[in-house]
Design a protein around this ligand. Structure first.
Ligand code: AKB
Length: 317
């Protein structure tokens, strides 16, 4: 039975990850931490919760020392578009937070997970079916942080023997918690707007393809990777994972199968468009499938149906 500490537990991934891990490993075995305490009624408060700024190494160590987890899942980070607005703060938070979490995991001998991203690739990376091992020269601060983070996690594995594992997530689509500050967020907003207003103005241009995945598949990927026998893993930081490569027109066509009058227009944001164009169109997840059985269940239409049904139910409450 695992005992897990999560940082950034109120974020887009952290919220659903916390709830799923508590379902599997028991409520009392999953400690959620975040910068601020959420409002009463937030389901993350149904189990152990501590406020924690990941820049505070001593508090992180004290909390971990008292909870005695065997696994650290470090999710706290600034996403691509926000990081571009304040690159120095992004470096300090993304790298400082990661180093603190790795140090705490090393001192208490914990298994370690942190997500990387398709943002770890750059404009001279092969664009289509991007291999896991390839050129990584990103042009965003977020990408620089992600590449450095992958290397740092590998260093902790090779140098200290820490059991570090990671995936490169594509855009993640979820109806539970809306993302904040990412380049791929359009693919979440479009569903909320489709239900609320029947139309959406996309800040990402027609024909701009990026990888995406439904949150359930992302959470399962984390759990499966962390449960995989260590001797099966040739690679560690980080595995390419994806379920689909899509552009805004494809999402709109899928939404129209359920809301025929849905309208898509464009108000392209040059910053986020520039970031999207520097990322791959589609990545190759063969190694994740081969080494630990990655197997996403949601294609675009199945995800669309799930998103629209859940958002409609939420709106009626
Ligand atoms: C972002 O858009 O910044 C994230 C990511 C792909 O890492 N969703």
């Amino acid at each position: 039975m695992k005992r897990i500490m999560i940082t950034g537990a109120l974020g887009q991934i952290g919220t659903e990850l916390t709830l799923k891990l508590r379902e599997i490993y028991g409520v009392e075995n999953v400690l959620a931490t975040d910068l601020r305490r959420p409002e009463e009624g937030n389901p993350v408060l149904d189990g152990p919760f501590e406020t924690l700024d990941v820049m505070d190494h001593d508090k992180m160590l004290a909390i971990a020392d008292s909870f005695k987890p065997d696994t650290m899942m470090h999710m706290a980070a600034l996403l691509s578009a926000t990081a571009e607005k304040n690159p120095v703060f992004a470096w300090n938070l993304n790298m400082g937070g990661l180093l603190n979490a790795l140090e705490v995991a090393r001192k208490l001998e914990m298994q370690f997970f942190t997500p990387s991203s398709i943002g770890a690739f750059g404009p001279n990376t092969p664009k289509d079916n991007t291999p896991q091992t390839t050129i990584q020269r990103p042009t965003t601060m977020y990408g620089v942080n992600k590449v450095a983070g992958e290397l740092l996690c590998d260093y902790y594995h090779h140098h200290f023997g820490l059991d570090t594992r990671g995936v490169r997530f594509p855009g993640l689509i979820s109806h539970v918690k809306e993302p904040g500050g990412g380049t791929t967020d359009y693919a979440v907003e479009i569903y909320f707007k489709a239900v609320r207003e029947g139309k959406y103005a996309s800040y990402i241009d027609k024909g701009t393809f990026m990888d995406m995945m439904f949150m359930d598949d992302a959470i399962n990927a984390i759990i499966e990777l962390m449960e995989a026998p260590a001797d099966k893993l040739v690679d560690r930081n980080a595995f390419n994972v994806t379920a689909m490569s899509i552009d805004p027109e494809m999402v709109a066509a899928s939404i129209r199968k359920f809301i025929p009058e849905f309208e898509l227009t464009y108000e392209v944001d040059p910053v986020r468009q520039g970031i999207a164009e520097s990322w791959p169109n589609s990545i190759d997840a063969t190694e994740a499938k081969k080494q630990w059985g990655f197997n996403p269940k949601f294609d675009l239409d199945k995800m669309t149906e799930e998103m629209l049904t859940a958002i409609r139910a939420k709106e009626q409450k």
